[in-house]
Design a protein around this ligand. Structure first.
Ligand code: NAD
Length: 424
């Protein structure tokens, strides 16, 4: 990964879009700085009895459009600049999707794979306790992100409710179904990206089958892989943090088998599953590094892991015709420029991966209204939201003659500045 400050990258993206708008200076000042930055020392009593202290963060970037909203990431590389960037992108994303939320994000600098289940639960509960004065269903609503899931959201919600002295399901989204989660939230981010891609293909009149490479096979990567392979795309390359696999025959992996296998073996490079078999003998010839996966000669490349993976070092070698950014911030501004020169179409994160926060919004609404929607209703509403956002971003890019990222930012800034004018 290229060590670049993701918040600097976010501000370059903001500047690129602001050239198309006549923004007033006070709005620019407010929009280029987070409103509140919370840094915590989170104590944890380890199973050994030792005490360890972890760094925790929550950045509440902006709440013009509604309560701060964004995930919690548990990863050894979490730092304040990353969280600032992620909270900024949440602000833009929520404005693009026109959901009534502001931008927020948080995380802990920790490798959760090195903690026992009990330690993970206690760390999460201590995080929730420390954050409790600053969050709430109308203030700031966290959700899952890298290495966090519905179990972690359930612990978080339970601890917050204890501190608040009342059941507070809407303080966090991405909970388990038994604990007030929404049907469809688990697969929502992948599904949202799938709807955006289908709309793009229709708009460009592109025909399937198309060959796809996906980096990252967690919540987002695995769900989009599954949907694509069930809808006539050929998923020919996959990876996780330990490496990847590439199907040179071009027939595409069997994603259901890969998923089962990854669960059992823990690494995708041991899961070379094509047709009805997982063939370990074929593994060596199909082994591929994460770096090489990005440079494969495929139609569509989907980064679904971490930021800055497409940068000035490898952008010239990218051969895909479309990049669907399911990770947040996978492309640096320098790489963006190179990709544009190469006429590679980039569907930006703030549109492509917005399905997660959209269904989080549905979950929040259901919790507040004490409702439980059927899966079909959730999917139909998600599809409608994603299609509308895609069409608006596409129209804006045609109207202003810009790439899709800048178009999405223009749309978001128009909505945010309107709200700013009304409230100031
Ligand atoms: P996850 O923890 O479920 O999965 C992350 C995946 O990335 C894993 O397969 C992991 O092995 C892989 N990975 C980690 N480091 C890697 C590396 N250096 N190279 C290659 N692969 C690596 O996380 P997720 O929820 O799927 O999130 C993935 C991305 O999608 C993140 O950028 C996240 O911010 C973004 N996102 C997630 C959601 C959501 O609802 N979960 C919503 C919007 C955006």
């Amino acid at each position: 990964m290229v060590a670049q400050n993701p918040f600097d990258n976010a501000l370059i993206q903001l500047k690129n879009a602001s050239k198309y708008l006549n923004l007033d200076e006070s709005f620019w000042t407010v929009i280029s700085t987070p409103k509140r930055t919370i840094q915590l020392s989170i104590p944890l009593k380890k199973d050994t009895g030792d005490l360890e202290v972890f760094k925790g963060y929550r950045v509440q970037y902006n709440n013009f459009l509604g309560p701060y909203k964004g995930g919690l990431r548990y990863h050894p590389q979490v730092n304040i600049d990353e969280v600032k960037a992620l909270s900024f992108w949440m602000m833009i994303k929520n404005a693009v999707l026109d959901v009534p939320f502001g931008g927020g994000k948080g995380g802990i600098e920790v490798d959760p794979k090195k903690l026992s289940k009990k330690e993970l639960e206690n760390l999460t509960r201590n995080f929730a306790k420390l954050l409790s004065p600053n969050i709430g269903e109308d203030i700031d609503v966290p959700a899952p992100d890298v290495n966090t899931n519905s179990q972690i959201m359930d612990w978080f919600e339970d601890e917050f409710s204890k501190v608040a002295g009342k059941d507070s399901p809407a303080v966090v989204t991405g909970k388990s179904l038994e604990n007030g989660g929404s049907k469809g939230r688990e697969e929502a981010t992948g599904m949202g990206g799938f709807f955006v891609l289908e709309n793009l293909l229709n708009t460009l009149n592109l025909k399937k089958p198309l060959r796809v490479a996906i980096q990252g096979f967690g919540n987002v990567g695995s769900h989009i892989a599954e949907l694509l392979s069930k809808n006539d795309y050929l998923v020919v390359a996959l990876s996780d943090s330990k490496g990847g696999i590439f199907d040179q025959s071009g027939s595409g992996f069997n994603i259901d088998l890969v998923k089962d296998c990854k669960e059992k073996k823990g690494r995708i490079s041991d899961c070379y599953c094509i047709g009805s078999v997982c063939d370990l003998a074929a593994k060596q010839k199909g082994d591929i590094s994460n770096e090489k996966l990005l440079e494969l000669d495929v139609d569509i490349l989907i980064p679904a892991a971490l930021e800055n993976v497409i940068n000035e070092r490898n952008a010239n070698n990218i051969k895909a015709k479309i990049i669907l950014e399911m990770a947040n911030g996978p492309t640096t501004p320098k790489a963006d420029k190179i990709l544009q020169e190469k006429e590679i179409l980039v569907v930006p994160d703030v549109l492509a991966n917005a399905g997660g926060v959209t269904v989080s919004y549905f979950e929040w609404l259901q919790n507040r209204n004490k409702e439980s929607w059927e899966l079909e209703e959730v999917i139909n509403k998600l599809k409608e939201k994603m299609e509308k956002a895609f069409n608006e971003v596409w129209q804006k890019s045609q109207e202003k003659n810009t790439n899709l990222r800048t178009a999405a930012y223009i749309l978001a800034l128009e909505r945010l500045s309107e709200k700013f004018k009304l409230s100031s």
